[in-house]
Design a protein around this ligand. Structure first.
Ligand SMILES: NC(=O)c1ccc[n+]([C@@H]2O[C@H](COP(=O)([O-])OP(=O)(O)OC[C@H]3O[C@@H](n4cnc5c(N)ncnc54)[C@H](O)[C@@H]3O)[C@@H](O)[C@H]2O)c1
Length: 392
């Protein structure tokens, strides 16, 4: 159980780029990082593409205005001059900026926490893996749903053979918020998501389903995709070539098969994020809108609903619960868990503690690059008239 006591010697001096007043995701980062008050101290920021608005936002958060910088380059330059400069930065800007900011942050000697989808191309990811290694720095990726404790229960159940042989993965992340074109014109956060120059090679596959893909890998770490087929559509024509809906079929190395539905045009759907793992003996199913419950269905037995934090769950799951079973947890706790793990990884890296790094399960740089690889394979298949492609 986590109750906010310190896991590292002192809070890390933390900066954030993007995530300003108008951003979708900024508050989630601050919720995640600052919840425990023992892992991070918000020290500096370049919150906004509009420098004045960014500075004012920092002031409203109670920050030192002299450390709310007009842009990330100034932040890196000025903070490097201080003995109490930032040690880690979060990148919460639109996709097309991640690569250049991440590279600059590592070159400035900082650890990085970066939004997904990490970059546009696997080659960029491989370059950053080398750079992070050279600099001795951690890059974490904010797959923000992946800190829900019940996902670790699912992982352990798969590992223990509770489901038997894994046969099928049913994955879905869909919503209906982009069912019309209206938002593409009115919302700043939606405009860039349908512009390939800023969003990258995909819309919903990168924006939504890299989360679900990572979660499936977290639950079934031994399953590797051998080939896949992706069929993607732009129901709102102006979004082409970027898809607002996609179906992906996957074959895995153990003979299992998977099916993923990704959509922003599932009209009427507020939150269709679900993971069902089906084995030869039993199935488990988790829904993002009921994150405190795990359905456990054993063939021939009554259906069971497992509840977060109950003592019958595996220790590996309950280690990350915070509030006890009487109270619901949600997305803020999930983000807090992954931010805490980033802090533990950074601290271990600074101390040269390889054992801690090897045993820590969190969305790391390799997981971020695997997300790019998956999107790249999906797009390659879709562009070949939705034919099967070997996963590479
Ligand atoms: N992990 C998650 O659950 C999650 C949720 C939403 C968004 N995201 C990701 O977060 C990123 C941002 O998405 P969003 O929805 O918050 O976008 P947004 O358009 O709502 O906000 C972007 C923010 O970045 C700022 N910005 C843009 N360029 C900048 C620059 N060069 N320097 C400093 N600030 C800059 C903008 O002023 C704004 O504050 C995207 O990569 C997106 O995929 C992740």
């Amino acid at each position: 159980m986590i109750i906010g006591e310190k896991k590292i010697e002192r809070p890390l001096r933390w900066g954030i780029i993007g995530g300003g007043r108008t951003s979708n995701v900024g508050y989630k980062h601050r919720l995640g990082a600052l919840r425990d008050n023992t892992a991070y101290k918000l020290t500096a920021a370049a919150f906004d593409i509009d420098a004045e608005r960014g500075k004012n936002f920092g002031f409203q958060l109670g920050m030192d205005p002299s450390r709310c910088y007009p842009d990330y380059k100034t932040l890196f330059l000025e903070e490097a001059k201080r003995s109490d400069g930032v040690e880690v930065v979060t990148i919460a800007t639109p996709n097309g900026t991640h690569y250049e900011i991440c590279k600059a942050a590592l070159e400035a000697g900082l650890h990085v926490i970066c939004e997904k989808p990490l970059f546009f191309e696997v080659s960029q990811g491989e370059e950053i893996i080398q750079l992070a290694k050279k600099q001795g720095k951690i890059v974490g990726v904010t797959y923000g749903f992946s800190g829900h404790p019940l996902l670790l229960q699912m992982r352990k159940m798969v590992q223990n053979g509770d489901l038997g042989e894994i046969r099928m993965l049913e994955l879905q992340y869909t919503h209906g918020f982009s069912a019309t074109e209206e938002g593409d014109k009115k919302s700043e956060g939606q405009k860039w998501r349908v512009d390939p120059k800023i969003a990258g090679p995909s819309f919903v596959l990168g924006d939504l389903s890299t989360h679900t893909y990572f979660m499936s890998r977290l639950i079934c770490p031994d399953l590797k995709i051998t080939k896949l087929l992706c069929d993607r559509q732009s129901f709102i024509k102006s979004r082409a070539p970027l898809e607002d809906n996609a179906y992906v079929l996957m074959h895995y190395n153990n003979g299992a098969v998977g099916r993923l539905w990704s959509s922003a045009v599932n009209a009427g759907c507020m939150d269709g994020h679900r993971i069902r793992i089906i084995g030869s003996k039993a199935s488990i199913e988790w829904h993002d809108n009921q994150p405190n419950e795990l359905l456990y269905e054993i063939q021939g037995q009554p259906v069971q609903k497992m509840i977060r934090a109950m003592p019958y769950l595996y220790d590996e799951c309950n280690e990350y619960e915070r509030l006890g079973a009487l109270h619901a947890e949600g997305l803020p706790e999930s983000w807090s868990n992954i931010y805490l793990k980033f802090a533990i990884a950074i601290d271990a890296q600074n101390r040269g503690d390889q054992k801690t790094l090897d045993n820590l399960i969190y969305p790391d740089l390799v997981s971020g690059v695997e997300g790019i690889r998956w999107v790249q394979n999906c797009v390659r298949s879709a562009d070949k008239d939705s034919s099967w492609v070997d996963f590479n």
